[in-house]
Design a protein around this ligand. Structure first.
Ligand SMILES: *Cc1c(COP(=O)(O)O)cnc(C)c1O
Length: 306
């Protein structure tokens, strides 16, 4: 009832700086695990979908911004599982729909605009009750999709063969993906999280997430909070140039919200000799490429011009 992921290919990055610093860098292409539902969102949604199906729920409901990868992916998951889904979208929904919302709507998602104040209180009993009156009983998936079933799914991102790597790099939003990776990592591995959000709260929020889910990882971890380019979904000309040059040399497309900023971080750490010679790095490409259409629509410029 739920599609199997394709095997995520491992791709080696070849750059002069890697030779100089004697570091191996491989990318695990989760962006290629399924044509509709890819990236970390596949893993985050998998057990939620299976759980909802087992409970006999017909209808899902979730939350997100107008360009959200989670909204797009939840719509895709519901479409594949032949379930109904309501997407509560932060703020107004303007028409024509942006590419993310258009695709979500095409996959059958019912879009429900939520005034920003209501959206902020979306977990309150009042708002939950209002949604229940409007849409009946639904299986609720939180904004960003992080819950214990999502973390369980993300424990399947790494497999046996990834033990050959000593350092695993991942992008971080709510931290659900990193929590799953960390929970399944080996004691000799270092898990590095690159925050897409601005602020040091990310660190304590992540510690709280681990506590709330009773995770006591064997591997150690570190979160970098200064590669956000000004904040969540903010970008700079330097970031876009870096993404383009990375694409030219590796053929790997990135997104400007998450993976582009992670690559920016990794390149900076390489420059600063953060990685010991002989290090073997695995970067998790968490997908998010659907968002590139939204980015181009919003900023009226091509991310990867011909
Ligand atoms: C959602 C998303 C993330 C963040 O995942 P969290 O589990 O919320 O930390 C990272 N990368 C991409 C491409 C995403 O779409």
């Amino acid at each position: 009832m739920f599609p199997h992921p394709l095997t995520a290919p491992l791709q080696r990055v070849v750059l002069p700086i890697l030779e100089t610093k004697k570091v191996d860098w491989f990318v695990k292409r989760l962006d290629l695990v399924h044509p509709l539902l890819s990236g970390n969102k596949y893993y985050k949604l998998k057990y939620n979908m299976l759980h909802a199906q087992r409970e006999g729920t017909k209808r899902l409901l979730t939350f997100g911004g107008a360009f959200s990868n989670h909204i797009y992916s939840a719509a895709a998951a519901a479409h594949l599982a032949k379930m109904e889904i309501i997407g509560c979208i932060r703020g107004e929904i303007s028409t024509p729909l942006n590419p993310t919302l258009q695709a979500a709507s095409d996959m059958g998602m019912i879009l429900f605009p939520m005034e920003r104040n209501t959206y902020r209180n979306k977990s309150s009993p009042q708002v939950i009750e209002m949604l229940r009156e409007q849409f009946g009983n639904c299986y609720l998936i939180p904004e960003g999709g992080t819950n214990s079933l999502a973390i369980r799914g993300c424990q399947e991102i790494l497999d046996e063969s990834d033990r050959a790597f000593d350092t695993i790099c991942t992008s971080l939003g709510t931290g659900g993906t990193m929590a799953g990776i960390l929970a399944s990592a080996n004691a000799h591995q270092h898990i590095l999280g690159f925050s897409a959000l601005k602020g040091d709260f990310v660190q304590t929020d992540f510690e709280e997430l681990l506590r709330n889910h009773s995770l006591n990882p064997a591997a150690d971890w570190e979160i970098f909070t200064h590669y956000h380019c000004g904040g969540y979904a903010k970008h700079s000309a330097a970031l876009l140039e870096l993404m383009r040059s990375f694409f030219r040399t590796t053929g790997i497309p990135l997104d400007p919200i998450y993976t582009g900023k992670m690559v920016m971080g990794i390149l900076d750490l390489l420059e600063k000799d953060y990685f010991r010679p002989g290090s073997r790095l695995l970067m998790i490409h968490s997908g998010g490429l659907q968002g590139n259409k939204g980015f181009e629509w919003r900023w009226k410029q091509a991310l990867y011009p011909e």
